[in-house]
Design a protein around this ligand. Structure first.
Ligand SMILES: Cc1cc2nc3c(=O)[nH]c(=O)nc-3n(C[C@H](O)[C@H](O)[C@H](O)COP(=O)(O)OP(=O)(O)OC[C@H]3O[C@@H](n4cnc5c(N)ncnc54)[C@H](O)[C@@H]3O)c2cc1C
Ligand code: SF4
Length: 459
């Protein structure tokens, strides 16, 4: 499913700017896996800290020294079990987690040697064989006869579904797209997860059994929250952020102005060599999506890619590591610049006028009055996503919201009895794959307690 607008015929936007081989090399695995000897050398660097700070920094609380110790002793399957029992998407997280601001940032090896243990790479080393050979590590408890609806087949929904299935509950996942995986399948940069890894991980998760999947159906279109509550013992909402923030500029709907997430979704699903790309690309935004669309445009052969952010580099949501990665890949970065006007002719965008910005004495962003323009064949909007409440039917009427996202307690219970939520659609989260997985897991454990409690009280 893609909503990428077709680009105009006479713009300098075309497919095949690079040969197939060059494109394949540009999109190759960003961090090729460790060899056995590399893994052993890295595992040997771990101090197996008591109260390990890396474990505290991991949103899913993986016993990191524990899994590294098992790699050292050659127990790879046991190591994978330690990882996946806390984070069933430990394979994807090993590829996409910003470890430089999570576990690896706090590794004590940073102070001793200026370089952390490569925890993410070791996690991948331990989990790759499990997904490659579909080695079962988890069993389903005897069926409880209870039914749970999971809305959304992204990381939050799938983590919740897997844990509920393990605990013996019957689960139905409702998903509008044809494939499960959410942004793992349709969003994450292609060079972080090549070789259909997202699909393999989904297959592995479903292989536990007890999870019915219904694709092509959406909350708010095919059923309501009230319907789900009436037919299930509990409901988990993990529908992510389907909407995109607008620039608020005239001409935003014109050809050549494209939502970055829509283009990325197309890029993840289609033959990259056939994907039209602009010669001069301007990306507006400073987060992970902006970095990903900028780097991937360059990888498709765009000559000039400029990422423009309204504040300073230190304020960007993308980590310093990601910013440097983009620059190494040939992306230009301009900061302290606010888009003021789309330059348009013949019904399509030709460029963007920006005003330089700064912080006022009271800390607010203000324009300096100085402007500059950047020519563009394509302008990507990457200034954040939002929940599309008007497409979700009765859901917004029932659950408490803050800043348009769902309010949950520590167990991921919403204000509505029998309804839990997690992932990007909840308030106060990190908007990371690993946090969505943790939300799904915590919600499943809470749902299990709720169902057991109901069972006891019913007797
Ligand atoms: C371009 C991009 C790159 C990213 N890169 C990284 C990265 O490198 N590392 C990282 O950790 N995080 C990254 N993230 C963030 C990460 O992908 C998300 O935090 C994570 O996917 C959130 O999981 P989720 O399950 O809450 O939502 P999603 O992954 O969005 O899944 C939600 C699911 O719900 C479905 N849905 C939507 N509406 C309905 C409905 N009405 N009814 C039923 N189902 C519905 C959707 O189709 C989707 O399958 C990136 C995000 C983007 C946009
Ligand atoms: S902080 Fe570093 S050295 Fe200590 S347990 Fe974690 S990975 Fe090992």
């Amino acid at each position: 499913m893609s909503t990428t607008k077709p680009v105009p015929d006479d713009a300098d936007v075309r497919a095949g700017r690079l040969g197939d081989e060059q494109i394949a090399s540009n999109f190759a695995d960003m961090h090729p896996p460790l060899t056995k000897s590399e893994a052993i050398i890295d595992a040997d660097r771990c101090y197996f800290c008591y109260d390990a700070p890396c474990t505290t920094a991991c949103p899913t609380g993986i016993d990191i020294p524990g899994f590294i110790q098992k790699i050292r002793s050659g127990n790879i399957k046991g190591s994978a079990h330690t990882i996946l029992s806390e984070n069933i998407m430990g394979g994807m997280c090993a590829r996409v987690c910003p470890t430089e601001v999570l576990c690896e940032q706090v590794c004590v090896r940073n102070t001793h040697e200026d370089q952390p243990v490569r925890i993410g790479m070791l996690q991948r080393y331990a989990t790759d064989p499990i997904f490659k050979d579909s080695i079962p590590l988890f069993e389903r408890a005897p069926g409880s006869g209870r039914k749970v609806a999971v809305v959304g087949g992204g990381p939050a929904g799938l983590a919740c579904a897997h844990r509920l299935a393990m605990l013996g509950h019957g689960v139905t996942v409702f998903e509008p797209r044809q494939k499960l995986g959410g942004l793992n399948e349709y969003g994450i940069a292609a060079y972080k997860t090549p070789d259909e890894f997202a699909a393999r991980e989904v297959e592995y998760i479903l292989s536990i059994g007890g999870i019915e999947v219904r694709t092509g159906v959406a909350l708010g279109k095919d059923f309501s929250l009230a319907d789900l509550r009436a037919k299930h013992d509990a409901v988990f909402l993990g529908f992510g952020l389907a909407g995109v923030n607008g620039l608020g500029l005239e001409g935003e709907q014109l050809e050549g102005v494209v939502n970055a997430v829509d283009y990325i979704a197309t890029l993840r699903q289609e033959n990259k060599a056939r994907l039209p790309v602009g010669r001069r690309v301007v990306v507006i935004g400073g987060g992970m999506t902006a970095i990903d669309i900028a780097v991937q445009s360059k990888a498709l052969g765009a000559e000039q890619v400029t990422m423009v952010y309204r504040r300073g580099q230190e304020h960007m949501n993308a980590s310093r590591y990601e910013q440097e990665f983009a620059q190494i890949r040939g992306v230009g970065v301009r900061t302290w610049s606010v888009p003021r006007r789309l330059l348009v002719s013949d019904g399509r965008v030709r460029g963007v006028e920006f005003e330089s910005s700064r912080l006022s004495t009271d800390g607010k962003l203000e324009g300096t009055g100085q402007t500059f323009t950047l020519d563009a064949d394509v302008v990507f909007k990457a200034i954040g996503q939002k929940v599309l409440w008007d497409r979700l039917g009765d859901a917004a009427e029932f659950v408490e919201l803050k800043g348009e996202r769902i309010v949950c307690d520590e167990e991921r219970k919403t204000s509505l009895p029998g309804v839990w939520a997690g992932g990007d659609c909840v308030f106060g989260g990190e908007d990371l794959t690993v946090s969505a997985v943790q939300d799904g897991k915590l919600a499943a454990l809470s749902i299990d307690r709720f169902l057991k409690d109901q069972g006891v009280r019913g007797k």
